[in-house]
Design a protein around this ligand. Structure first.
Ligand SMILES: *Cc1c(COP(=O)(O)O)cnc(C)c1O
Length: 356
């Protein structure tokens, strides 16, 4: 695949405070772009990261026809560079696109675009273990009109950002509030697509929860308000009496996380019992009351594994594993990050190498 490359005239890397990376605060010098028109993706290129002129009537500003992805590139212990499972993100972006009438992005264009961007901006991959270069692919409808219908043109952009770990607390357990009335996604809706629309739907409850001292919200299903969905930027896992359980994808209200999939593969390989099924909140409450709710953790690219130290459901405050990280959570975190940084054997072939 051939791309045209326009390099930046003024690189910004000297402005980075590597000790305070945060998450998504700094954006690397370049972006990968491809445009869709007349039925095909074309004009793939690398350009300097820069403001883009848009018209007030640009359809996505009004009707939210956009999808995105999130994945990471790592500098591993022997100096190599790899991207973690980009093929899975490419597949998921194609799936998200279907639900929003966005044309499929070819897997090769997605993966090669990521590799090419990482290559040109490789100096932006942090050296410190735990840090990485976060890649953010995005597709949006780019037509200008006010009528409600799918756009006929689209833009695909990959940008990248050097990041520290997602939670300022690091691997310390987070406090999460179960949302009893607001919902993120409904059956038959967009819950299984990675789209800004789901995030817009989650902002109100998320902001309120933050004001009340929680880091995130755990969403229940939109019909019965009894079934556990996910945490909005993370999938959720429970360890009850030695068994790992996580909500099934069958309801199509949650996002099929790549980290979720990695955890499932690893848990099975380690011989742990793992079930994907419908989980009701009352089962979690009962397990807690019986002293059998051993661990709760979220999974996502940004944080990898995020132990939940406290889960509040109405007046019930469930403190989990004495508000400290559990054995299974720790082992999964060590294994996934071990593979990502090339310190452990990549037996599933998840790392995709980037040759400079
Ligand atoms: C991105 C995301 C996740 C986590 O998926 P990963 O592929 O593991 O990063 C979970 N839920 C939602 C809603 C997401 O957008």
């Amino acid at each position: 695949m051939k791309f045209s490359i326009t390099k930046t005239a003024s690189n910004k890397i000297n402005l980075v405070d590597w000790k305070n990376l945060g998450f998504g605060k700094y954006l690397s010098d370049h972006v990968f772009i491809a445009d869709y028109s007349n039925g095909s993706w074309q004009n793939a290129r690398i350009e300097p990261y820069a403001p883009m002129p848009i018209e007030p009537a640009m359809v996505t500003l009004h009707y939210a026809q956009s999808i995105f992805e999130g994945l990471k590139a790592f500098r591993n212990s022997n100096g190599g560079i790899n991207i973690f499972r980009p093929d899975k993100n490419a597949e998921r972006m194609a799936k998200s696109g279907k639900l929003l009438c966005i044309p499929e992005i070819p897997k090769e264009l997605f993966v090669e675009g990521c590799k090419e961007l990482v290559k040109i901006d490789n100096a932006w991959i942090p050296k410190e273990r735990g840090h990485s270069l976060y890649l953010r692919p995005l597709i949006y409808g780019s037509d200008n009109f006010l009528g409600v219908h799918a756009s006929s043109t689209y833009r695909f952009i990959i940008m990248s950002s050097p990041v520290a770990s997602y939670y300022s607390e690091g691997l310390n357990p987070v406090k999460i509030q179960v949302s009893k009335d607001k919902v993120r996604a409904v059956r038959g809706g967009l819950g299984s697509a990675k789209t800004g629309a789901n995030y817009a739907a989650s902002l109100y409850a998320g902001t309120k929860a933050k004001e009340d001292g929680y880091s995130q919200v755990l969403w229940l299903d939109g019909v019965t308000h009894e079934i556990v969905d996910e945490v909005g930027a993370m999938n959720i896992f429970f360890v009850i009496n030695g068994k790992i359980i996580t909500p099934t994808l069958d309801q199509e209200t949650i996002l099929a996380g790549v980290t979720r999939d990695s955890v499932i593969h690893l848990a099975k390989k380690m011989g742990w019992s793992l079930e994907e099924r419908v989980i009701k909140m009352e089962e979690i409450v009962q397990a807690y009351k019986d002293g059998k709710l051993e661990e709760v953790f979220g999974t996502g690219t940004a944080a990898v594994i995020s132990p939940v130290g406290q889960l509040d459901y109405g007046d019930l405050k469930m403190v989990i594993n004495k508000n400290s990280i559990g054995k299974i959570s720790q082992k999964l975190y060590d294994t996934i990050t071990g593979i990502q940084y090339g310190a452990m054997e990549d037996s599933f072939g998840w790392n995709v190498k980037v040759n400079l």
